[in-house]
Design a protein around this ligand. Structure first.
Ligand code: ADP
Length: 250
């Protein structure tokens, strides 16, 4: 399997605070990787570096290299808009735009200049199907996305998929969802690996076990261990991982 994402000795500072320390990691194409670890250990910071979401924070510093498809995404000439099209993001709280379900999903493609109604219709249907939402909403595409109870996060996933990203970043995508919606989103994550590389931050170790191919355990800004999911949970090589898994800290 080819590596989709490679990071080499990534260090990151917020002002004087050294938030990420020497992170080197390979993420295989079309796999699901889960980031786990105690709160505040740098998971979201690292996730947000993968589509340059941290760029606008004042007084930050990054060293090392982050490559997607072999290209340094912080290198000269990289178009951040293009990068973000290729690396979509789903946030902790579902954030549908205050517009119709259809317009939510068509938003990205329209922003890229797609105007043809038939093309948009197809993209919207395909994205909603991939987000396991089509059957629920196909008769009410003109209704507000805000009115979708239980399906808002899937709508946000459909919106992210509509620009056909290769990579989808998910920052605790189910922590604000009810148990049924959580299971649907987990199932979806498992299916999406057929077409996308998924990077999921989760507080929930059972969730990591259910959805991921590999798990990266972070602690105090360091990557302690990255291993295939079953191996990390059954046979962690680092004593700090074992301590975390048995609930001795965090
Ligand atoms: P996690 O996702 O593991 O909970 P974060 O990446 O959110 O951890 O945070 C890592 C550390 O960086 C924490 O100590 C947090 O307080 C700090 N941090 C996060 N965002 C900022 C910011 N915008 N400015 C300063 N410090 C931040």
């Amino acid at each position: 399997m080819k590596n989709k994402i490679e990071t080499r000795d990534v260090n990151f500072w917020y002002g004087d605070f050294h938030a990420l320390k020497g992170i080197s990691m390979d993420i295989e194409e079309k796999s699901v990787i889960a980031f786990i670890g105690p709160s505040g250990c740098g998971k979201s910071t690292f996730l947000r570096l993968l589509n340059r979401m941290n760029d606008l924070i004042p007084d930050i510093r990054l060293t090392g290299e982050i490559r997607i498809d072999g290209q340094d995404i912080y290198g000269k000439g990289v178009q951040v808009d293009e990068l973000r099209k290729n690396v979509g993001m789903v946030f902790q709280r579902p954030n549908p735009f205050p517009m119709s379900i259809y317009d939510n999903v068509a938003y990205g493609p329209r922003g890229m200049g797609v105007r043809d109604r038939a093309v948009l219709d197809e993209l919207v249907e395909d994205s909603l199907r991939r987000a396991a939402l089509w059957d629920e909403v196909k008769d009410k595409l003109k209704e507000s996305g805000l009115g979708l109870s239980g399906g808002q996060q899937r709508l946000c996933i459909a919106r992210a998929l509509a620009v056909q990203p290769d990579i989808l970043l998910m920052d605790e995508p189910t922590s604000a969802l009810d148990p049924v919606s959580t299971l649907v989103v987990e199932q979806l994550a498992c299916e999406l690996r057929e077409t996308c590389t998924l990077v999921v931050v989760t507080h929930n170790m059972q969730q990591a076990a259910r959805i991921s191919d590999s798990v990266a355990f972070f602690l105090l800004g360091e990557l302690v261990e990255h291993a295939p999911t079953a191996q990390l949970f059954k046979n962690p090589t680092d004593p700090r991982t074992a301590d975390y898994l048995t609930g001795r800290f965090g």
